[in-house]
Design a protein around this ligand. Structure first.
Ligand code: SF4
Ligand code: SF4
Length: 377
């Protein structure tokens, strides 16, 4: 099997081959919802950190019975539906946080109505640039560390934390090397495939994933490059674990060369810088990472990051994408659209998606119109 084929398998189902192998060997797994939960902490306790996804949910009808009044996000509902259908029965624990009200309620529902052997909630500050926020977040991570140690009888030593930091930093550097291929005029990988690489990464133990990335980097350099494309696109906003939008754009002849999203560059762009105590270093690095729209004082940095991506990856146009009813990204995208001149390339009106590939025809029409707008410039 080629590295890319292995990645397609790992990214296409929740209970993938890495999960099966881990469980067959008696390993424990802890799920988490969001990039602000440090994988290093879970991994240093000898656990497999696994980011939950809504892949292959068979509708959301069971989740809706309880979630209709409090959670309109279909991605969160899909995750709960999977939990309801025992698709996440392999998880030995779940770590939630206050991402947004939708996913927070979905997490609470999962924990209280369906149940998990271990559950923990981290209240992540909505600001990143104050000492009080850092102190609050560090305390939250210390509570998580203590709870993991107690429940799983696994001391998390400083040495183990340093080893985990090194492993995940290596993973981030490999992903950045892969993303750097998109700077080429004729990139050797498609954006939709790169998205699957990232989805596979949050569903695979880091040791196996790093080896896989090294194999992939070797393999793709021998592949035929994509030469004949219509426009270089950046996707900005929520794209989650749904590759539909990228696939549509690339089927229409465009190439997705960059993104600003949590199942994308924002998840791995910033390394954990170790200075002094490893837990403090994790807290500082995670809080200061390229921020997502939940960070109230983060817009200037999100904008600067997007501008940097546009320049580094020679982007021709930005597609703003969000899932239906997502208020966090809705507000952010309005602000991005207002900064179109500053960004220097066409920025689409927000393209609202129904999670789970249900509105392909409408998305195709919108994407085609946007590509034509770029071509006419
Ligand atoms: S948008 Fe922000 S809060 Fe929501 S999942 Fe992504 S990183 Fe977490
Ligand atoms: S897509 Fe939007 S509404 Fe759904 S969990 Fe993420 S931030 Fe919340």
């Amino acid at each position: 099997m080629t590295a890319l084929e292995e990645i397609f398998e790992l990214s296409s189902s929740n209970r993938n081959s890495a999960v099966k192998a881990w469980k067959e060997n008696g390993g424990k797994m802890v799920g988490y919802w969001c990039s602000y939960i440090p994988c290093e902490l879970i991994h240093a306790a000898g656990l497999f950190p696994y980011k939950v996804k809504g892949l292959n949910a068979n509708g959301t009808s069971r989740a809706e019975v309880y979630l209709t009044p409090v959670c309109t996000c279909k991605w969160s509902r899909s995750i709960v539906q999977l939990a309801y259908d025992a698709e996440y029965g392999f998880l030995d624990g779940l770590v939630g946080m206050n991402q947004c009200d939708h996913s927070r309620r979905a997490h609470e529902f999962w924990v209280r109505k369906i149940g998990v052997p271990f559950d923990h909630f981290v209240a992540v500050p909505h600001k990143m640039e104050t000492e009080a926020a850092l102190e609050w977040y560090t305390k939250g991570l210390l509570d998580l560390k203590n709870h993991l140690e107690d429940h799983f009888h696994a001391p998390i030593t400083s040495d183990a934390l340093i080893r985990s930091i090194d492993l995940f930093n290596e993973n981030r550097l490999l992903l950045k090397e892969l993303q750097a291929c998109m700077k080429d005029k004729d990139p050797c990988i498609r954006g939709s495939d790169l998205h699957k690489v990232i989805i596979a990464g949050v569903s695979t133990p880091p040791e196996r994933y790093n080896n896989l990335l090294k194999r992939l980097l070797k393999e793709i350099k021998e592949r035929k490059s994509t030469t004949d494309y219509r426009a270089r696109i950046m996707i900005c906003g929520w794209c989650g674990d749904d590759t539909t939008l990228r696939t549509i754009l690339e089927d229409l002849g465009a190439l997705v060369v960059a993104d600003n999203s949590c199942f994308g560059t924002r998840d791995y762009w910033d390394l954990v810088e170790v200075e002094g105590d490893p837990l403090d270093s994790i807290a500082r690095s995670y809080l200061n990472r390229t921020p997502c729209p939940r960070m109230m004082d983060g817009f200037a940095r999100r904008l600067a990051f997007t501008k940097e991506m546009v320049e580094q990856f020679a982007v021709d146009g930005i597609i703003l994408s969000r899932i239906q009813f997502c208020d966090l990204h809705g507000i952010d995208e309005f602000n991005f659209k207002l900064r179109e001149n500053f960004l220097g390339v066409p920025v689409s009106s927000p393209l609202i998606q129904e999670y789970g590939s249900q509105d392909i025809g409408r998305l195709k029409t919108r994407c085609e119109a946007f590509i034509e707008q770029i071509e006419k410039r």
